[in-house]
Design a protein around this ligand. Structure first.
Ligand code: ADP
Ligand code: TYD
Length: 204
């Protein structure tokens, strides 16, 4: 079995930047590695992602939840599991913890519904490690202000504060796999932290 590495955190916390750096670093070491994301890690999922992030669409919370879970079912079963079975290192930008943060702690959908859907879409696939990028909401929104915001990023500061707190709760519940990253540090300092942690835990 390969290694399943997940990056989580609020929008603008710097996940994508680090996931890409890690991907190139591992490829240079000649390790079999793929970089993927939710939503939109597959051809089919890209269509779902377009619906989810279109800022002109109005999507009720339950429909939103089911679309993220549909994307996940395709992504995990058609792409992630086959790669892990083929001994790849899979780096995923977001996974089940994003659904708990955004759709439960953010939108208020009952936790048991989301736990159930996460369980059946993934067959209870748990990552080997989760890097949680923690950053004050004001700072992450400042970073995003330079770009046009999508449907989710347009939510209020209060919504994003609920997400940050939710992610921190999830980290406490899953201490064996979560590593907290101080996402206010420089890109190079964060990358050094990530490399150190992976080296200590998995010898890579
Ligand atoms: P996310 O994937 O979590 O939304 P990104 O990696 O896309 O975050 O980063 C959002 C913005 O912040 C980008 O413009 C990126 O260049 C910038 N950024 C990323 N990491 C840092 C950092 N450590 N310090 C300052 N700016 C950063
Ligand atoms: P993403 O492309 O990671 O955005 P960013 O790079 O800005 O962090 O994710 C798209 C949006 O989807 C993001 O706002 C988080 C949200 N999301 C959920 O609300 N629930 C989920 O289950 C997932 C995977 C993402």
């Amino acid at each position: 079995m390969g290694l399943f590495i997940v990056f989580e955190g609020i929008d603008g916390s710097g996940k994508t930047t680090q996931a890409k750096k890690l991907y190139h670093y591992l490829k240079e070491k000649n390790l079999k590695t793929v970089l993927t994301k939710e939503p939109g890690g597959t051809e089919e999922g890209k269509k779902i992602r377009e619906i989810l992030l279109n800022k002109d669409y109005s999507i009720p919370p339950i429909a939103e939840l089911l679309l993220y879970e549909a994307d996940r079912s395709i992504h995990i079963n058609n792409f992630v599991k086959p790669k892990l079975n083929n001994n790849f290192i899979v780096i995923s930008d977001r996974y089940i913890y994003s659904t708990l943060a955004y759709q439960h702690f953010g939108r208020g959908i009952e936790r048991r519904i989301i736990d159930f859907l996460n369980s059946i879409t993934t067959g209870d696939l748990i990552p080997d490690i989760v890097f949680l990028f923690d950053i004050p909401v004001e700072e992450s929104l400042r970073r995003l202000n330079r770009f046009e915001k999508d449907r989710i990023e347009k939510e209020s500061i209060d919504f994003h504060k609920k997400l940050r707190e939710g992610f921190l709760k999830l980290a406490k519940e899953n201490e064996e796999i979560f590593y907290l990253i101080d996402a206010t540090k420089s890109i190079e300092d964060i990358f050094r932290d990530i490399k150190n942690i992976l080296n200590i835990r998995f010898n890579i």
